[in-house]
Design a protein around this ligand. Structure first.
Ligand code: ARG
Length: 458
């Protein structure tokens, strides 16, 4: 039988059901690398501080080094009987170096150790995520740049609204993704505090040097309250919240692309390599990847809720409940990485359907606000201009006629301020060029934004 880290005071061994029920090794084994690296730094400190002898420290470090190399070569065997990742490493070390292994856990508890492992894991993962998000941003930017001149109908309430540059719409995605990167970056900064030394909850009477361990493990600061250190899971909640928001962005992008690829919109073509067919309807080419992106977002939000619910009302400090923060955390991170990894090549392979898009731009309702602004510039009040254009729309567009077909006399009947020159602004190119405000869809402004992002994302 595996020796428990806490076995001595127990007069009976746990039932096999308890062992199975409490075990976390099936999911926390992914923390093995961090557990070993943390242990190496910890034992170096114990040796330096003469809490254990330099000789013992050396033997333990050598043992841990060789476990690390086994792990890196896929040779480390996890023992499902050894409760969790900490016990697994401890037991493997015992097998390697014998009794001296028992000194490793001096001035440490699994309560501060698990926080260390997860924080180290998150620091790495956040870095990977930020890189993936930047990669997606660059892909979108390339796509925007390649189609810089394309104008599309913009929508509000999913009803035709006004002309916008496709690049402007795409840059909106890039803005949201930038905030996602910033949020993760800030979450990383906040969690960057070494927890080791909190021990179970009260700290230790042994002369440890937390500062040394902090430097060795590359943490920016120390946690400053041992009870908070083992109780706090804000850093997990924060990352899950950030991933939930990122996921919302990705789902909205996926939904836009799904809509745009329908026959009804027909703005884009999603490459065959990212679609699947129907077993019954031979004509189908379905955007399954995008649909699954949209669906996966629900999983991530459920992961966030699951940890929120786990934490609610939990007494300080450590409780075993906290073990169950990991499956949802890992699931959210794996899922978001899968989404980002498939979204990047999918985006690289979208083709724009220029002809069908430009046919949609013939819809003169796209220019109603431009006519209103034309009138305002001629001194008509906003309210009156809105009424005039409203009447024109009712009499023409609603009846399948065109504003551009109105004669000069007919135009004057709506307002004496309407000259024949109003017909010149009834086109998409004019429409976007009329926009002037900072941040608008004006092609010059969009070009500036494209350049700004080119530099920023380089
Ligand atoms: N496996 C636990 C976790 O994931 C850490 C171990 C703490 N266990 C304990 N009995 N104090 O949170």
């Amino acid at each position: 039988m595996t020796k428990k880290l806490w076995g001595t005071r127990f007069s009976k061994s746990p039932s096999p059901l308890t062992e199975k029920f409490t075990s976390s090794i099936s999911f926390d084994q992914r923390l093995a690398k961090y557990d070993i690296l943390g242990s190496i730094a910890h034992v170096q400190m114990l040796g330096r501080q003469k809490i254990i002898s330099a000789k013992d420290a050396k033997i333990i470090i050598k043992g841990l080094d060789s476990l690390l190399s086994e792990l890196n070569h896929g040779k480390f065997k996890f023992d499902p009987k050894a409760e969790d990742i900490h016990s697994n490493i401890q037991q493997a070390l015992f097998k390697k170096v014998g009794r001296v292994a028992d000194k490793l856990h001096t001035a440490r508890s699994r309560n501060d150790q698990i926080v260390l492992d997860v924080k180290m894991y998150l620091k790495d993962e956040i870095n990977i995520l930020i890189k993936l998000i930047a990669e997606l941003q660059k892909t979108i930017l390339r796509f925007a740049k390649d189609n810089q001149k394309i104008i599309i109908p913009g929508y509000t309430h999913l009803q035709v609204a006004q002309c916008v540059l496709l690049a402007h719409h795409l840059l909106a995605y890039i803005e949201g993704l930038e905030r996602d990167k910033q949020r993760l970056f800030e979450a990383e900064k906040r969690l960057d505090r070494l927890p080791l030394g909190a021990c179970a909850l009260a700290g230790t009477g042994l002369a440890i040097d937390r500062e040394f361990v902090r430097r060795r493990l590359g943490f920016r600061h120390l946690t400053e309250n041992s009870i908070d250190t083992v109780s706090d899971r804000d850093y997990i909640l924060e990352v899950l919240a950030d991933l939930s928001i990122l996921a919302v962005h990705l789902s909205r992008m996926a939904e836009d692309l799904i809509l745009w690829s329908t026959k009804e919109f027909n703005f884009i073509d999603i490459d065959y390599t990212f679609c699947t067919g129907s077993s019954i309807m031979p004509h189908k080419k379905n955007p399954d990847v995008l649909e699954l992106i949209r669906a996966s977002v629900g999983k991530i939000q459920a992961d966030f809720s699951s940890v929120l619910i786990l934490m609610k009302g939990l007494p300080l400090s450590y409780n075993r409940d906290l073990q169950l923060d990991k499956p949802p955390l890992f699931d959210a991170i794996d899922t978001i990485k899968d989404i980002l990894e498939v979204f990047i090549p999918l985006f690289k392979n979208i083709t724009i359907k220029k002809e069908t898009i430009s046919a949609k731009l013939k819809d003169e309702s796209l220019f109603s606000v431009d006519i209103v602004e034309y009138l305002i510039k001629k001194g008509v009040s906003y309210r009156e201009a809105h009424d005039i254009v409203g009447r024109m729309v009712r009499d023409t567009l609603d009846k399948g006629k065109k504003i551009s077909d109105l004669s000069e006399t007919q135009l004057k009947a709506y307002s004496l301020k309407l000259g024949p020159d109003v017909k010149e602004i009834l086109n998409a190119g004019k429409s976007v060029n009329l926009k002037k405000s900072f941040g608008s869809t004006n092609p010059r402004q969009v070009a500036q934004q494209l350049n700004k992002w080119m530099k920023k994302l380089k």
